[in-house]
Design a protein around this ligand. Structure first.
Ligand SMILES: *Cc1c(COP(=O)(O)O)cnc(C)c1O
Length: 365
């Protein structure tokens, strides 16, 4: 027996979403599985895609080593490169690809006694102003790296700050800056995250870097294309976060529920207690009214989310009872919907899931 809180991960949906990304973008695609695959389990996700992914991307060598130890032989890109030059021997030994985004990394790489050819993704700061080589330094940096006999391939790379805003001119300004600074350089290019894959055909290049869309969350949060269809229409949610009703009571009109008594019944109210709380990653700030689905029917969260439990309104669901299945997010309750209620994004909610039992389906592995 165990506490009834399960994160069901559908690996077939993950693979489907990867194919959607590749089809929408063309060319090749690195599946971004950093932060334990946005909370879904990096090893399971990467293994499910091992036969078809062009490569994977992670945030650090620690994340890459977990995949290598699990038998992933595909290319793995370190999205922030190395944090210390001392990582370079292991990067070489494990045959990892590195992003180079600041001058000291170039110096460290050039000074290193390379043992085998290495692939570098040279990142430009085309307007996000977080990391990347400045556009006016970019060509000289590229030439310097290109002069090294063991730098096997250089992919030209940049990242968008506002690709999830369909009406912002900023992404195309970034593309213009990138194109001007790389004019005449003949090398593969990678610009697009999920939002650019789905929404910015002007940013299509050799390599896409889809992340959130692989997990089935629409990066445009329901924004629509010219035909009125949601941009992320073809994506399938990968995670179903499911708790169960572990207690039921009916309270009288005027009675409060939970810490702080923030919800007060306006009619006799049947309250269901669910086995999920903020220690599991469900946001404590979710207000009364946030949708949940009980045995397939939509109802609402009521009162304050506590550490191990939350409370839902079962008044109009007389058939719901002890043991009823409660979807916190998944097919019926989009994780984007919960995120927007609490002023965050699906990325953060998915990454935060913990303590749940992870159950994988949809693959032969
Ligand atoms: C995380 C990340 C991505 C993936 O972004 P999504 O919005 O999740 O698609 C792509 N590129 C870089 C550099 C990243 O850090």
């Amino acid at each position: 027996m165990s506490r009834p809180l399960v994160a069901r991960i559908r690996l077939d949906a993950f693979c489907h979403n990867y194919r959607v990304a590749k089809e929408a973008h063309g060319g090749q695609a690195l599946a971004v599985v950093k932060a334990n695959a946005y909370g879904h389990g990096a090893v399971q996700c990467a293994q499910a895609l091992a036969d078809e992914a062009d490569g994977f991307a992670v945030a650090s060598i620690e994340e890459a080593l977990i995949l290598r130890e699990a038998g992933i032989t595909a290319p793995i890109l370190l999205l922030e490169g190395f944090f210390e030059a001392s990582e370079l021997p292991e990067i070489q030994a494990q045959d990892l690809w590195v992003v180079i985004h600041q001058p000291w990394q170039v110096d460290a790489l050039m000074a290193m006694q390379l043992s085998r050819p290495i692939t570098v993704w040279l990142k430009m700061d085309s307007g996000m102003h977080r990391v990347g080589i400045a556009p006016d330094q970019y060509r000289a940096t590229y030439e310097r790296l290109k002069g090294h006999p063991l730098i096997a391939q250089i992919v030209l790379m940049s990242h968008f700050a506002r690709a999830d805003e369909t009406t912002s001119p900023h992404p195309l300004q970034q593309v213009d800056i990138f194109r001007a600074a790389t004019a005449g350089i003949s090398a593969p290019v990678s610009l697009s995250n999920s939002a650019a894959v789905l929404g910015w055909s002007g940013a299509r290049t050799d390599w896409a870097r889809p992340g959130i869309m692989l997990y089935g969350a629409d990066p445009f949060v329901g924004q629509r294309d010219a035909t009125g269809a949601p941009l992320g229409e073809r994506l399938r949610p990968v995670m179903q976060l499911e708790g169960a009703v572990i207690s039921v009571r009916t309270i009288a009109c005027g009675e409060p529920v939970g810490y702080g008594g923030t919800f007060v019944a306006e009619r006799p109210t049947r309250v269901g207690v669910v086995s999920c709380g903020y220690a599991d990653g469900y946001p404590r700030t979710a207000p009364t009214g946030t949708p949940v689905a009980v045995d397939g029917q939509l109802t609402r969260l009521i009162g304050r989310v506590s550490m191990d439990m939350l409370t839902v309104d079962l008044t109009d669901l007389p058939q719901a009872d002890l043991g009823s299945r409660v979807e916190l997010w998944g097919d019926q309750v989009p994780v984007n919907e919960v995120a927007s209620r609490v002023g965050t994004i699906a990325y953060e909610l998915l990454c935060n899931v913990k303590r749940a039992r992870f159950v994988y389906s949809g693959t032969s592995h």
